[in-house]
Write a protein that binds this ligand. Structure first.
Ligand SMILES: [Zn+2]
Length: 122
């Protein structure tokens, strides 16, 4: 590795750029939500949660949502999902687990919606 590339990876000094006081108490979640990380659906999900009375939730966002669980070779993403769900269950005892998929997901190129829906049914 050249000295030029070593210099390029040096991090700048840390600086506090934002301050916000968050609650310190551990909470009980109304739900653990697993969805695709596609931000186009954030607003719709928030509206859905509000209508269903879901105020506090753990949100696991990963590309293509639960697709790794539906694939035989889900691999590392499958493990990440399981660990995140397990941590939510252990720490926040959600009353329900909600799985979301969406149409035109980049994780499901050229895939009929019925296949995406099938992956959400565990
Ligand atoms: Zn997606």
């Amino acid at each position: 590795m050249s000295s030029a590339s070593t210099a390029a990876i040096q991090a700048p000094p840390l600086a506090k750029v934002f301050h916000f006081d968050s609650p310190r108490e551990v909470y009980t979640a109304d739900a653990c939500v697993i969805s695709c990380f596609d931000a186009r659906f954030d607003r719709a999900l928030r509206k859905f949660f509000k209508r269903r009375g879901i105020q506090v939730y753990d949100h696991v966002k990963i590309p293509a949502s639960v697709k790794p669980w539906a694939m035989p070779d889900g691999g590392a993403d499958s493990d990440i999902l399981l660990r995140a769900l397990g941590t939510s269950l252990r720490l926040h005892h959600p009353g329900k687990v909600l799985l979301f998929g969406h149409t035109d997901c980049g994780g499901y190129p050229d895939t009929p919606n019925a296949v995406v829906v099938q992956d959400l049914v565990l």
